[in-house]
Design a binder for this molecule. Structure first.
Ligand code: SF4
Length: 273
């Protein structure tokens, strides 16, 4: 059921003023709460669109998020006055690589599947088995059509609904950021150098992203570089990148200057940010 509505109350930033829509006790609205500004905005949208007791903030801990992202998750949940529902594998990204015997890369980020997609799908399947109608809220933008299509297919196969509030409302990431700030919750410090609140040293990153990691999180860069030595293969895959290990990348000049957006435009992990 689409209960989409415009801002309720006198301000989208005044959570006290949000009017409670009628409840449907058999429904759960599961927001992928990633630690990013977009998913946080989607949580606010869900609370303005559905009854509060139906909304679930679903969080998966990869144990390698930026510490300030974890701070943001807890501060935003408190500001929205909702508990965090955590469904975590329990392992870190690095532990998953070691258990799988394979270092994830920008063409095979199995850490996302194991630490986020599968626990999320399991949680939704449990809700459905308990008799709930599930609406999954995903903070992807119209710039990610293939990922949106995949989510729609997963929902169709899984027997639940999916909504993309950023696309439905034409909300930009900047607007989501402004909304978080207006609520008094400062977005994660990782946004100072990464467009997404992914793990620090996200294996989906390209060359320019890793240049940024080397500059802003050198200890993580060194750890990922050591993993390349340990596994005997690189994180960077595809095209020219195939030839470079992280230990070589620091001394390589990129073919062209990259601006901030290009350098970090690596795609959000699973639930959008
Ligand atoms: S954010 Fe990147 S490193 Fe972390 S789980 Fe997702 S794909 Fe893996």
């Amino acid at each position: 059921m689409n209960r989409g509505r415009e801002w309720i109350g006198d301000s989208p930033y005044n959570t006290e003023a949000w009017e409670e829509p009628p409840s449907d006790e058999s429904r759960r609205v599961v927001v992928g709460f990633s630690g990013g500004v977009s998913s946080a905005w989607c949580a606010g949208w869900a609370l303005r669109t559905y009854p509060k007791d139906e909304v679930v903030l679903l969080w998966h801990d990869t144990k390698e998020e930026h510490p300030d992202t974890v701070r943001f998750v807890h501060e935003m949940a408190a500001r929205l006055r909702l508990p965090i529902t955590e469904r975590s594998d329990g392992r870190s990204v690095t532990q998953v690589f070691r258990d799988e015997g394979f270092l994830g890369n920008n063409q095979n980020a199995m850490c996302s599947r194991i630490l986020k997609q599968e626990p999320g799908a399991k949680y939704i399947a449990e809700l459905i088995a308990e008799g709930f109608d599930v609406v999954k809220i995903v903070g992807m933008s119209a710039k990610e059509p293939r990922r949106v299509e995949r989510q729609v297919a997963l929902a169709a196969n899984g027997g639940f609904s999916v909504r993309f509030p950023l696309i439905e409302t034409g909300t930009t990431k900047q607007a989501a950021t402004d909304w978080c700030l207006a609520l008094g919750v400062k977005p994660s410090a990782i946004y100072c150098w990464s467009e997404h609140a992914n793990c620090v040293g996200c294996v989906k990153g390209g060359m320019a992203y890793w240049k940024a990691v080397a500059e802003h999180a050198p200890e993580v860069y060194a750890q990922r570089s050591a993993l390349e030595e340990e596994f005997g293969h690189g994180i960077l895959r595809g095209g020219d990148r195939e030839h470079y290990l992280l230990k070589d990348l620091v001394s390589i000049r990129l073919k062209r200057a990259v601006n901030m957006k290009e350098s970090i435009d690596i795609g959000s992990c699973e639930c959008g940010d």
